[in-house]
Design a protein around this ligand. Structure first.
Ligand code: GLN
Length: 612
């Protein structure tokens, strides 16, 4: 590979280098069968390169416009496919390489159609299918299609158009021959007029690069975001570019460069690497086959330097399972009482959490489904975290669908969480799947875990009567004598909050701590402007708000009621009173608190170690 000079972008430097190197190449001749084309300067030379997100790198005469010529053929074919569909197009033109020159007068007599749309005969047959009520409307529709591909309004080089219209007798012969055998139905002169105008569309290599990037980007113009072709049409177009795009050089081109491509007699070559990039080159001198000499050399160099050949696939299948764990090892953030914690340490084994990442396609999905298939033999609940999944294709969706059916039959409940990770398309496909299969969808993984933990614990059936709230069932007060408990009962203040109410606010003075009698509350911390993260969830029998009381500072988090809650408050003054009356009460409470803190820290450490 060429050595990079330092600069704004190593790739830009690379292009500059190969441009300088290949500029010195001689050989080839500027096409002169169209008189106007013969005027092209042989030294003109431009390379543009576009990524599928529309980043274009250019070098040389990339601002100069030239007529698109045969590079228009795949795009016209794609447009016709969109309008008429594959079956109708196949009746009009075949998909077989000819092994003959682009302007050869050979037709597939057996099927009564031209061999393929990349040679003149086929492209003229495609032009005969342009829709529109009048010739002018058909020209306008053709021009609009190409402008959509380029992402800007493209004009026609009138001189080139007239020059070819006056001298294009060979194409005229082809059109009349096709009229004679019923391969086209329209007036050949009008069809040729449209075809010559299409070939005379003025483009730069930057335009061609964007047009190619639209193909690489599955039919969506990366500059405008407009969908010009569907993915099936893109597939058909690229296939024909691969087999027929470089005329009778197609075999050698596939072997050497390995990219679908199209050339034109103006000296343009456009190559596409699906899903990645496009390369557009313009250099008028042609080899005897009609391909740009520097264009072929540059594509060959770039493909080899960067390993772009389509069959240069190293065998890699992404592992889309980033992490697999269980609620026993990574419980939800909900703070549980010791009995619940003990239960979950065991029963949490039945709840699996699997984080997905990357791209799901045939091979990666097949591997994932195999692993998940083994997992559902061991668990009752499976939470799939989609946060890091970027894409999913049709094959993967089929595997997934089948997996959901099988896991249901196995009695395993599947939940999807954080669906919005990848593109909007991906999120749409996954929520569609969830809808079709009745899969439960959660916004956050934590809520999913908490829900299944609750199911495992069967909390719903735990009876609760807050009118008769027994302080001795609260861990914090364990070890106190009945008389001491009665003393506390006199001090505490029962309070009720409705769902969504702020019980504590960050920054407020903390004079009171709370014991939750009923319902659950969320602990939220601010992570940025207007951004809050739920860091914990507290249920009945637990306490909160103790930090500020112990430290005597402001509140470090917000606590919000998840539902209607009842809690009991104890103020600093109450604690002081208790300390004065009976130091044993306070020391028992503090010892219980310390025990609770220790187990919270242990739980936290377990979570942290899981995250390594
Ligand atoms: N307009 C040209 C022709 O029909 C297009 C041929 C080409 O670019 N190969 O001859």
């Amino acid at each position: 590979m060429a050595n990079y000079k330092t600069g704004a972008s190593p790739f830009q430097d690379y292009l500059t280098e190969i441009h300088a190197e290949l500029r010195g190449m001689t050989g080839g001749a500027v096409a002169d069968y169209i008189p106007e084309l013969a005027k092209a300067a042989p030294e003109s030379f431009a390379i543009s390169f576009s990524t599928i997100d529309g980043q274009v790198y250019s070098v040389g005469d990339s601002g100069s416009a030239f007529s698109i010529q045969s590079v228009s053929k795949p795009f016209a074919y794609g447009g016709a496919l969109m309008r008429l569909g594959e079956a109708a197009l196949l009746r009009a033109v075949g998909v077989e390489p000819t092994g003959e020159a682009f302007n050869s007068i050979v037709l597939d007599e057996r099927n009564n159609r031209p061999f393929n749309p990349m040679v003149n005969a086929g492209a003229i047959a495609v032009a005969a299918l342009q829709d529109g009520a009048t010739p002018a409307a058909r020209i306008a529709a053709m021009q609009a299609l190409f402008s959509d591909f380029a992402g800007r309004a493209l004009g026609i080089d009138e001189a080139v158009y007239r020059s070819e219209a006056e001298t294009g007798h060979r194409n005229r012969a082809i059109a009349y021959l096709m009229l004679n055998s019923g391969m086209i139905a329209r007036d050949p002169e009008e069809v040729l007029d449209l075809y010559f105008r299409q070939c005379a569309l003025l483009v730069t290599t930057e335009d061609l690069a964007v047009m190619g990037a639209t193909l690489a980007n599955n039919g969506v113009n990366p500059r405008t975001g407009k969908r010009v072709l569907g993915s099936a049409e893109v597939r058909d177009v690229l296939t024909l570019m691969m087999s027929c795009g470089m005329y009778d050089y197609a075999g050698e081109w596939s072997y050497d460069v390995g990219l679908p491509a199209k050339s034109g007699v103006s000296g343009a070559v456009l190559a596409v690497l699906p899903g990645q990039l496009s390369i557009a080159i313009w250099s008028p001198p042609l080899d005897p086959i009609g391909n740009s000499v520097r264009g072929v050399a540059a594509c060959s160099r770039i493909s080899r330097d960067f390993g772009l050949h389509l069959f240069m696939n190293a065998a890699t299948v992404e592992d889309v399972i980033r992490r697999e764990t269980r609620a026993s090892r990574q419980p939800s953030l909900r703070i549980r009482n010791p009995r619940e914690r003990d239960l979950l340490a065991q029963e949490g084994e039945k709840i699996a959490l699997v984080e997905l990442q990357g791209a799901l396609y045939f091979a990666s999905a097949e591997r994932m489904i195999r692993r998940l298939g083994r997992l559902i033999a061991e668990v009752r609940y499976l939470v799939l975290d989609f946060r890091r999944l970027n894409s999913i294709d049709g094959a993967a969706l089929r595997f997934f669908d089948d997996f959901l059916t099988r896991s249901r039959a196995a009695g395993v409940e599947i939940a999807f969480a954080e669906i919005g990770g990848g593109t909007a398309d991906t999120a749409g496909l996954i929520s569609g799947l969830a809808r079709d299969r009745g899969v439960r969808v959660f916004g956050a993984v934590d809520t999913a875990l908490e829900t299944y933990e609750d199911m495992v614990l069967d909390l719903a059936r735990e009876p609760y009567d807050h009118t008769n709230f027994a302080l001795d069932t609260i861990r914090l007060f364990q070890g106190l004598e009945p008389a001491q408990l009665r003393r506390i009962e006199q001090l505490i203040q029962p309070m009720q909050f409705e769902a969504g109410a702020h019980i504590l606010r960050t920054g407020e003075d903390g004079r009171m701590f709370f014991v939750l009698a009923r319902g659950s509350v969320s602990v939220m911390v601010e992570t940025g402007q207007d951004e809050r993260l739920r860091v914990g969830c507290i249920g009945p029998g637990q306490f909160f708000g103790e930090m500020a009381v112990l430290e005597g500072g402001p509140r470090s988090a917000d606590v919000i009621a998840d539902e209607r809650v009842v809690c009991y408050g104890l103020t600093v003054a109450h604690l002081d009173d208790l300390a004065a009356e009976d130091p044993h009460i306070l020391s028992t409470i503090f010892a219980n608190m310390a025990r609770e803190f220790a187990s919270r820290i242990r739980a936290g450490n377990r979570v942290i170690s899981q995250l390594q």
